[in-house]
Design a protein around this ligand. Structure first.
Ligand code: AMP
Length: 283
């Protein structure tokens, strides 16, 4: 595995691989690699002959009061994990080479980015869309793998690719969970052992909703209220939002049509840690 820090060097390598008719897949991360990230690398391996993993804690997607400086950066451990997962190129730039002096151009997302995570974190998705586009231009992939764990991000990236005619195929990877159902996340290390156990209520809430839809309950607001009550009854947990969206449009959904697909989105504080989870389900 080759480690590359400079955008121009990564671009030159990607260009040469393309000229040699190699299929390239990219997995973009902020590091602190875990089983979830490695499942994306595995999918990338199945899809392409060359796998590029990017590690970049993107400052422009963090708000002023968020955990940019506290975000874990276990680089040596990440290198070892990436190598054993079969990554060919690890692109890990410094912030200064991605956003040099005089940098000023950013992308502006549309309506999908203004709700849910976008409402809680103004500017977050503009930062995500900009860095994803830059990393597409630097790594020149045929395929890019993104996790369903960040369902709104995935929907926004699909829109970005379609709206800007980006020549890359986006593949969604299912959520990897711990044995109690808690979605694996770099932020789980901030949970106390108590909170980690309590946090299984997110998954239980998703399963409850899925079961209620399967039973024929079409009033999504009623299901949302039940899930919120379940979560808020756990002393360590407090809902930030619980919402159903239409799986196609990602628009807020309050009543279901039988046979259609919806996605329940959860953002929950467990202690001081904000956890995200979601699940697709059919009415
Ligand atoms: P992050 O490093 O948190 O920005 O995540 C990088 C990529 O890994 C994103 O596409 C995430 O959606 C994906 N990811 C993070 N956690 C998981 C998980 N538990 N299962 C599947 N994909 C994940």
């Amino acid at each position: 595995m080759q480690i590359i820090n400079e955008p121009e060097q990564m671009q030159a390598i990607a260009e040469k691989l393309r000229l040699n008719r190699q299929l390239l897949a990219v997995v973009m991360t902020m590091g602190a690699l875990h089983e979830g990230h490695l499942s994306l690398v595995k999918l990338a391996r199945e899809r392409a002959g060359t796998v590029i993993l990017t590690i970049f804690v993107n400052p422009t997607q963090f708000g002023a009061n968020e955990d940019l400086h506290r975000y874990p950066r276990p680089f040596e451990q990440d290198v070892a994990l990436a190598k054993s997962a079969g990554v060919d190129y690890l692109f890990a730039p410094e912030a200064g080479s991605i956003y040099p002096e005089h940098y000023q151009t950013t992308l502006q997302c549309g309506a999908i980015a203004e709700q849910f995570e976008g409402q809680q974190r103004p500017g977050h998705f503009n930062g995500v869309a900009t860095i994803v586009t830059k990393l597409f231009n630097i790594t020149k992939p045929h395929t890019a793998i993104f996790g369903e764990k960040d369902a709104q991000q995935l929907a926004i990236i699909r829109r970005l690719v379609a709206d800007l005619n980006l020549d890359v195929s986006v593949v969604a990877a299912p959520i990897v969970r711990e044995t109690n159902g808690l979605a694996v996340s770099s932020r789980n290390i901030y949970l106390s052992s108590h909170e980690r156990i309590a946090a299984d209520v997110l998954y239980r809430g998703l399963c409850h909703a899925e079961q209620r839809l399967a039973e024929g309950e079409l009033n999504l607001q009623k299901i949302v209220a039940e899930v919120a009550e379940m979560i808020n009854s756990v002393p360590e947990c407090r809902t930030d939002y619980v919402n159903f969206v239409d799986e196609e449009s990602f628009a807020l959904a309050e009543r279901a049509d039988a046979g259609k697909e919806y996605r329940l989105l959860l953002a929950v504080f467990c202690g001081s840690v904000r956890l995200l989870d979601n699940r697709k389900m059919s009415a």
